[in-house]
Design a protein around this ligand. Sequence first.
Ligand code: PEP
Ligand code: MN
Length: 357
Amino acid sequence: MLVVLKANASESDVKAVCQKIESLGLRAHAIPGAQRTAIGITGNRGEVEPGAIEAFECVQEVIRVSKPYKLVSRELKEENTVVRFPDSDAAIGGKEVAVIAGPCGVETREQAFAAAERVAKAGARFFRGGAFKPRTSPYAFQGLGELGLQILAEVRENFGLLIVTEAVDHETLALVDQYADVIQIGARNMQNFSLLKRAGKASKPVLLKRGMSATLEEFLMAAEYIMSEGNYNVILCERGVRTFADHTRNTLDLSVVPAVQRLSHLPIIVDPSHGTGKRNKVTPLSRAAVAVGADGLIIEVHCDPDRALSDGNQSLYPDQFDSLMVEVRQIAHVLGRSVADPVTNPGARRPAGAAAD
Ligand code: PEP
Ligand code: MN
């Protein structure tokens, strides 16, 4: 159920309608839009009796949402969601195509700093790097844990990059929430509903990766789990799905970008690194992702990929990342979008969003 308020509804009107909804044992999600505020109602098992809500003078209409997902739906919010960050002009979902780059995993301070310097200079605004790595083998590098998060906080401080890093369970989610600017939920956890609900209570935006065999509806329902707990800053990420094709690690499903944009107001970015698993395919698919309308890219970059502790085969050399940025900048321009320019002294930019405790 969706309550659309009149354009002139005041803040106290919104509050009164929300209180009424909550008094009925339901949850109210007030989502301000450019023209008007809409209130999504969740928690109802059956039909909600609209009468009590329609009675408010400030209510324009009460609509039944036809999709199984409500809060992620464009029916709730017509205009695109732009995820913003405190003390930074970087955003995800706006005119600028957001670029997140860095190694698969944080291995050492030196390794993270070397990659951060290069990606920041090339124009990336966000740094990626796992401190907790979900690996197929229990004997493979599992990440540096909290030490990795501390290194990431130093990267933010020194290079002005916002930090994106993965949480793999409840315990690590609480830690990642303290240190990072964006909490990544990996493909393997896309349907870990208890973790999704926990992410919905976090203070930071969530980057939700598509499960490797998830349908579009399952993907959107996973985002709905996060939003239903009150965290409305969700960024979707296509990272390839399993198919019979064996020339790539996964098959990057770029058609999901316009498909998501039709149904949802949430931003969607693309991960051509995991999506292809092959270094030589990352740049061509990055170009295609921007051309298809993605709101951002997440790219693995390593200064010495042959010695990387994870995903070296799909990690770009910094010089290759430089070229990728030049190319996607031009493609973005054709579409009336932009990619941040290179910077000579990234340390001076320092957004310093969340400082670690
Ligand atoms: C990653 O980003 O390093 C990662 C493990 O991604 P995914 O969950 O998409 O496999
Ligand atoms: Mn990886």
